[in-house]
Design a protein around this ligand. Structure first.
Ligand code: DQA
Length: 150
């Protein structure tokens, strides 16, 4: 039987991790985080798909394509976190647990980062843990899926 899939979504500017404000986001690249997340998912019997886009609509399309197919979504929406009601609405009609993820802790940064429009549709949020947040978010996603089966 095919293994269940976790979809990791990465929003705008996360493709620049490693170069981008390393004092805030660290020196690891996005691919470093994706491969740590994939290893953790595979250890626990899940596959991981990753989509990074700098375009809101691509992320909305990826969420639509995940419906009834993907067990859980882990999303670091980048700055879209703070204003993309279309991501909020797409996640609202997704049928599995959504884990919101951030490298930094937006609530301890500039005031415009304090609102998350993802949070109301998320099962759980992981923030401020740097790269370690990726594996933690995968663990939460898998536990939520497994609890759902119980
Ligand atoms: C981020 C936090 C956002 O406020 C910011 O716009 C990002 C990255 C994080 O991972 O800490 O692009 O989501």
């Amino acid at each position: 039987m095919a293994r269940p899939v976790i979809l990791l979504l990465s929003g705008p500017n996360l493709n620049l991790l490693g170069d981008r404000e390393p004092e805030i986001y660290g020196t690891e690249t996005l691919m470093d985080h994706v491969s740590a997340a994939r290893d953790r998912a595979q250890e626990k019997g899940f596959d991981l798909e990753h989509v990074q886009s700098n375009h809101e609509g691509d992320l909305v399309d990826a969420i639509h394509a995940a419906r009834k197919r993907v067990a859980s979504i882990v999303i670091n929406a980048g700055a879209l976190t703070h204003y993309s009601w279309s991501l909020h609405d797409a996640l609202s009609v997704y049928d599995g647990p959504v884990i919101e993820l951030h490298l930094s802790d937006p609530k301890n940064r500039e005031p415009w980062r304090h609102l998350s429009v993802i949070e109301p549709v998320a099962f759980s949020s992981v923030s401020g843990k740097g790269g370690a947040g990726y594996t933690e978010a995968i663990d939460i996603a898998i536990n939520a899926c497994n609890d759902g089966d119980a």
